[in-house]
Ligand binder design. Structure first.
Ligand SMILES: Cc1ncc(COP(=O)(O)O)c(C=O)c1O
Length: 455
């Protein structure tokens, strides 16, 4: 290695370490000055180059302060997840390898680690062990992939080969989803050519679970989308009953388990997912609750032949040698080696570590719920997982309290609409959250409802 490359990587490592060390001391979201600093990047395309060291120092100087501290312990907005140190380190090493994980011959290590991680994931999530597993960017693409398989399989069973004949004259399929569906699922349906106006919505109960008795009648032209982990309440659909009925009718069930599928890894939470293994396909993020760096998810499909039919690439140069070829399982060909981070996190945590991570986040969420109720907030969901929805007595008070919490710099969470009401939502999904983080954040929330200005 040249001296300059070694120095560059050492400098970068020092900057990264400093970033991590400062996480606990800095404000959770960037202040106005840091955001203003981003203007430094807006310059005309340079004619002459800049040394790599200067480029990285500039990136750190103006970039690092303008990040949102999602890898710290006091960020509870959206459902994001932090980044386990081992997964960051594995990501660095794999980026250095710069493997193209599309085909075994291009990246044996990436392909083999995917194979290993896929097997471990099916085991820890307790899904059919012979399911095909594809490594994708996020749950959105995971659901897209599962639904592409659903579409192909249902149409094939109706005697229609969609890959060859296209959608124009295809028999119409039906889509049944929850009224509480995550909006990204609607996007995936539109990417696949399903008209959003034709979707059949199923009524939900007070926790956002589909009411099975009120679902439309299912048939062999129906794709049903269920949820493991409602984005607000964290609730789970009744997989047992709905999958039984769907199977009897010949319908396909896909489960959006972006974060909630990890409940499978916890012996005290697994009961929430009863019957989920009877679905046909599932998607789950690595970058949320498993705390991998962003851009990492999987989907699994119980019908490997359908996956191969949908995503298999027939090009002689791509070599089909009987090995698992990652590109034949996902929409992309060239891509980064996502399986490396999955492998590293699972190897480092083990089953016990993943279970502990899930249980710890859920315990923090319960502590939040208790503290919020004591402080005078109304907790509006049954806190079965890592999500807490809460509000003040009226919308104005909620809006004010949220603004104060967000401005505190100590913690950050976002608004949501729950049962038609403006609320706030906490998602505890970072490995880094400690009891102390919860206490500090709760103290801010307590003062916010009292109307205290926190800055
Ligand atoms: C329940 C649910 N489904 C799907 C998604 C989309 O996942 P991604 O952003 O990884 O594509 C999210 C993201 O927050 C989610 O919470």
């Amino acid at each position: 290695m040249s001296r300059s490359t070694r120095e560059l990587l050492q400098i970068t490592s020092e900057l990264a370490n400093r970033y991590i060390e400062e996480l606990g001391r800095r404000e959770v979201v960037p202040g106005a000055e840091a955001v203003q600093g981003l203007q430094e990047f807006h310059e005309p395309m340079p004619v002459d180059g800049t040394s790599p060291e200067q480029v990285i120092r500039r990136l750190d100087r103006f970039g690092s302060p303008a990040t949102v501290a999602t890898t710290g312990g006091r960020y509870y907005g959206f459902v994001v997840g932090g980044a386990l140190p081992v997964s960051v380190a594995a990501n660095w090493l794999a980026t250095t390898w710069d493997q193209n994980a599309g085909a075994w011959a291009l990246a044996p290590v990436a392909a083999e680690l995917e194979t290993v991680a896929a097997g471990w994931l099916l085991e820890i999530l307790d899904l059919p062990r012979n399911a095909a597993v594809g490594f994708v960017t996020g749950s959105t693409m995971g659901t897209f992939s599962g639904l592409a398989c659903a579409r192909a399989d249902l149409l094939a069973r109706l005697g229609y080969d969609v890959k060859r004949r296209g959608l124009a004259n295809a028999p119409q399929l039906r889509i049944v989803v929850s009224r509480e569906i995550h909006p990204t699922n609607l996007l995936t349906l539109s990417y696949l050519g399903f008209g959003l106006g034709d979707i059949e919505y199923s009524a939900t109960d007070e926790e956002g679970r589909i009411i099975p008795e009120q679902m439309p009648v299912l048939d062999s032209r129906t794709i049903v989308l269920l949820q493991a982990g409602n984005i607000n309440s964290g609730s789970f659909d009744d997989f047992e009953q709905i999958c039984r009925e769907a199977r009897a009718a010949g319908a396909w069930v896909h489960v959006d388990g972006a974060f909630g599928l990890w409940a499978r890894a916890s012996s005290s939470k697994k009961h929430l997912t009863r019957g989920i293994e009877k679905a046909h396909s599932w998607s789950v993020d690595g970058h949320k609750w498993l705390n991998l760096p962003q851009d990492s998810a999987i989907y699994a499909c119980r019908k490997p032949k359908v996956v191969e039919e949908v995503f298999g690439v027939n090009a002689t140069y791509l070599m089909r040698d009987g090995r698992r070829q990652p590109n034949n399982l996902v929409p992309e060909l060239s891509r980064r080696a996502r399986g490396v981070e999955f492998w590293a996190a699972l190897k480092s945590l083990g089953k016990r570590g993943v279970e502990e991570l899930v249980n710890r986040s859920c315990a923090h969420a319960r502590r939040f719920a208790e503290g919020l109720a004591d402080a005078g907030y109304e907790v509006l969901n049954d806190v079965v997982l890592n999500q807490v929805v809460f509000a003040c007595r009226d919308e104005t008070a909620t809006r004010d309290a949220l603004a104060r919490i967000q401005a505190s710099g100590v913690t950050w969470l976002g608004p949501t609409t729950w049962k038609g009401r403006l609320c706030m939502r906490i998602s505890v999904s970072s490995w880094a959250t400690t009891d102390e983080d919860v206490q500090r954040s709760l103290a801010v929330m307590e003062r916010a409802i009292q109307g205290e200005v926190l800055k």
